[in-house]
Design a protein around this ligand. Structure first.
Ligand code: FAD
Length: 376
């Protein structure tokens, strides 16, 4: 029997925003999620007074004022600015993204002019070496990166990190993965170029709780455990799970890459002095260490909690049972997805949305923008 206008499968940012806007328009919604909690990948677990980003560090950033105003109307955001640091194979620390601080740390250059000339020299050396080896066009990611930025930055800050991320040598990765390597000729360590960024004050759960306020929600509830029943209780379905699973993998399984987290509670108030430290050496097995308290504590307020929590991130091949994080957008997977997408277009009762149903990596802000647009 129809009890709801919408059954929303998945309580992540897509499902929760959809439910919020639908309810505001007087529609009856039920949100179900197979996980034991709401929020999808932005869910945080509170340990020792620290919000731990259980599914990977999430930093909200956007230049879309409508999206920023919308999320801030649910919960105010703090002033967190992402300024990651990289620990390089040579043991030194460098600021990211590549900017005047990085160039000073790498070469001791102090002005934009000196940095430009050093970068130019590095690029020229790489291109001349390739020409001498009879290579006219970059054939792989390594050669592409060398021609764009030169040997020092490639070897210290790009090579090892990229190889760990993709699980393959840079010489085996296609050149097109790196089209540009933006450099900033200013002393500016802010990772994002967006107008707005931050973390919800009190953590991401406040955002999801606010979005789902007053809406019927059931966790530990898998749509596929009783599909017929769930399909019978609502006029329409908003599906934010895996699209291949929705169609019983009839065209084959879509592949992902994932991240394994090794999370540790440490008996020190301040472990690494920053939220994000990348490890760019291939000899270190993890890609980054996240120190969670830094997303919500500023300056010496990190000392207000006596302990800290860190997560080491290991980029890993995805297998059944693991969290499907990053779609593998190669032609094999894109072809499979395209078949599912065409099938999805024929559905009149189902709206497919979010990163799993669209098999596409989305940041949080574009997900919200997309749902806002749907309701316009
Ligand atoms: P999800 O959050 O995955 O929600 C989907 C929900 O559907 C899940 O809760 C799942 O349990 C549920 N579900 C699936 N199948 C079923 C089923 N059969 N029955 C019931 N429930 C089901 N974005 C940023 O802007 N900044 C960042 O710093 C950032 N960092 C990220 C780091 C990582 C490691 C990852 C993977 C993503 C990151 N993102 C970041 C992207 C962000 O996580 C996504 O934009 C956002 O989670 C998308 O929301 P969603 O609702 O589409 O998906």
């Amino acid at each position: 029997m129809i009890q709801y206008d919408y059954l929303i499968v998945g309580s992540g940012l897509f499902g929760a925003t959809f439910a919020h806007l639908a309810q505001k328009r007087g529609m009856r919604c039920l949100v179900i999620d197979k996980r034991p909690h709401i929020g999808g990948n932005i869910y945080c677990e509170e340990i020792e007074g620290i919000n731990v980003h259980k599914y990977g560090a999430h930093i909200f950033h956007t230049s879309d004022k409508e999206v920023w105003d919308f999320v801030n109307s649910i919960v105010p955001f703090n002033r967190y600015t992402n300024c990651p640091v990289a620990q390089a194979p040579n043991g030194k620390l460098y600021n990211l993204p590549f900017n005047m601080n990085t160039f000073y740390q790498m070469w001791g250059v102090k002005t934009p002019e000196e940095a430009e000339s050093k970068l130019e020299e590095q690029r020229r050396d790489a291109i001349e070496k390739m020409r001498a080896d009879g290579i006219s066009e970059p054939r792989n990611l390594e050669e592409q990166a060398l021609t764009l930025i030169g040997k020092d930055i490639y070897e210290q800050l790009i090579k090892g990190y990229t190889e760990k991320q993709w699980g393959r040598k840079c010489t085996e990765l296609p050149a097109f993965i790196i089209r540009r390597l933006p450099v900033r000729m200013t002393f500016d360590n802010n990772y994002f170029n967006d107008s707005y960024q931050g973390i919800p004050i009190g953590g991401y759960n406040k955002l999801i709780d606010g979005l789902l306020d007053g809406i019927d929600v059931m966790t530990n509830t898998d749509f596929f455990s009783d599909r017929k029943y769930w399909e019978s209780i609502a006029d329409k379905i908003v599906f934010t799970g895996k699209i291949d699973e929705f169609y019983d993998y009839c065209f084959g399984k879509l592949e992902y890459r994932t991240v394994r987290f090794e999370t540790e509670l440490l008996d020190t108030p301040n472990y690494q002095g920053n939220a994000v430290v990348n490890y760019t050496s291939s000899k270190v097995p993890f890609t980054r260490i996240i120190e969670h308290k830094y997303f919500e504590s500023f300056g010496n307020s990190v000392y207000e909690t006596p302990k800290t929590i860190i997560s080491r991130e290991y980029s890993t091949e995805w297998k059944d049972g693991m969290e499907p994080f990053y779609p593998v957008n190669d032609s094999k997977n894109q072809n499979i997805y395209e078949k599912y997408r065409l099938l999805a277009e024929t559905e009149s009762k189902v709206i497919f949305g979010g990163r799993l149903a669209e098999y596409k990596y989305y940041d949080m802000a574009p997900i919200i923008a997309q749902v806002l647009t749907l309701f316009k």
